[in-house]
Write a protein that binds this ligand. Sequence first.
Ligand SMILES: Nc1ncnc2c1ncn2[C@@H]1O[C@H](COP(=O)(O)OP(=O)(O)OP(=O)(O)O)[C@@H](O)[C@H]1O
Ligand SMILES: [Mg+2]
Length: 243
Amino acid sequence: MNDEQDRDRLDKDNREIRYMNTVIEVNNVSKTFGKGTNLNRVLDEACMYVSEGEFVSLMGASGSGKSTLLYLIGGLDRSFEGKITLCGEDIGSLKENNLSKLRLSKLGFVFQFYNLVMNLNVEDNIMLPATINGKKKSELKKELDEILEITGLTEKRKAMPATLSGGQQQRVAIARAILGNPAVILADEPTGNLDSKSSQEIMELFSKLNKEKGMTILQVTHSEKCASYGTRTIMLENGKTVG
Ligand SMILES: Nc1ncnc2c1ncn2[C@@H]1O[C@H](COP(=O)(O)OP(=O)(O)OP(=O)(O)O)[C@@H](O)[C@H]1O
Ligand SMILES: [Mg+2]
């Protein structure tokens, strides 16, 4: 094999490896809100890719469509043009029950507001989605212990949410999102409500989940500091992604 053929083969191998490891693919996705003459084209043929093991930050002005894009990727909103592939599945063509299964097995969501159930303690909040989906608490014990440890909540496992700081409550929400060991975490302004010290703790936790558990993370943030914990930043501008 000559040098040129060798290079071609390497290029092809690289392309295939990249393709195999792409966990989020957004291809020419457009999203329009409104009706008639009152149309708001928030996403305009946006394209982006996230590979396995990346920790990507999505940034852009308020109203630029970051949350909209994240919800489309997570299958929470299914009306869009273009194609979105998540862990190899074309989410636009999945039946509702298969999309739910995909979300349950592969995705963890974290939002700006922690959405905890105030009359359940920390560990019951963390286990809630899994128990709703038919898991017994006893089956979850080993994984729960590990997750409490990694999120630094072991001491607080019996505490009620109202007795926790904002940063601790967000850690409970993250623990809930990662029970079941999802491949991907989607986070919409996870530190939007937190002071800088708590924000730093949440970013350190995300870095740890990314590095030690190999979770792929896509977070929306307004903070350059938070974005700097990630491996790459994508900007959303005029309905298109840059970077
Ligand atoms: N359900 C909806 N119905 C109509 N318009 C919507 C809806 N959701 C979002 N929009 C509009 O889409 C645009 C993008 O909203 P989006 O929430 O995605 O922005 P964002 O980049 O997340 O902003 P922020 O940084 O303030 O959270 C805004 O103009 C918003 O008003
Ligand atoms: Mg938003």
